[in-house]
Each structure stands twice: as C-alpha cells, then as structure tokens.
Design a protein around this ligand. Structure first.
Ligand SMILES: [Zn+2]
Ligand SMILES: [Zn+2]
Length: 137
C-alpha cells in the first residue's frame, strides 16, 4: 500500500512522526516481550526506516536493546511503546515496526495476522477474526 504519509504520535505528544512510502499491513504480536513492553499483544504496521520522519521530539525517543538483534523505541516522557526494529540484522535493519495504536488514521489497513501465538499469555484467547494465527511469524 502506498498512500499519503501516515501520521502518528505518542500519548503525550512530545514525539510526532510521519511514515511515507509503502506500509505493510498491521500485525499483532503475542510474544512475551511485546506483552511485557506494551501491556498486552502489540499491534504494529511496518515501514521503511528511511520513510519515517520525525516532525517533533526525536530527542525524546529512547531505545531499549531488547534482544541480541532488536531494539524497542519509546517516549521518555510518557512511556508510549512506539517502535520495534531489528537493527542488527542486515536484511531487516531498513525496516521498522510502528505501533498501530499511535497512528492517527490507518484507513483500510486492518490486522492481517496474529504472530507468535504459541507464546500468548494464558489469561486470554485470540478470537477468530478471520486472519491467520501463526505460532511464530
Ligand atoms: Zn510521549
Ligand atoms: Zn512480539
């Protein structure tokens, strides 16, 4: 999908950004790290790092190295869980996952799949919403 740039912001508004170019369909990740980080399953859309432009507050963005290959970006003012990036993998580092909940209008970009369902919490079931539920990704 290639449309007008998407716009988004963190909860407090300190960080605002635009995402142009191709945007991948939304996915929901049920892995333990995403649930710890975001409070529950984490929904994101994917885009190109080069297409992500900060209109405000890039200096408020903090990165947490969450694994050997990936990092998670959050607002240092309000704690919003904004970005996930496999920045240490050569074939992934140009791509970034952006919290779907922080984007103003996603239009017809709806959830396309659930990933890491084998790692979901035992406190909920993933409802049948007509899209694949994958054990990994
Ligand atoms: Zn914020
Ligand atoms: Zn995850």
């Amino acid at each position: 999908m290639s449309n007008d740039p998407l716009t988004g912001r963190c909860l407090c508004g300190s960080i605002a950004f635009e995402l142009g170019g191709d945007v991948n369909p939304a996915v929901v990740c049920h892995c333990k790290q995403c649930r710890q980080w975001g409070g529950h399953a984490w929904a994101s859309v994917g885009g190109g790092v080069k297409n992500l432009v900060f209109s405000k507050g890039e200096d408020k963005l903090k990165w947490y190295e969450s694994s050997d290959f990936a990092r998670r970006g959050f607002c240092s003012e309000c704690g919003s869980s904004l970005f996930w990036q496999a920045h240490k993998l050569d074939d992934h580092k140009d791509h970034i996952a952006i919290a779907a909940g922080c984007i103003d209008e996603l239009g017809d970009n709806h959830i396309s799949k659930h990933i890491f369902c084998a790692h979901k919490g035992d406190y909920y079931e993933i409802g049948e919403d007509g899209v694949p539920q994958l054990d990994t990704h």
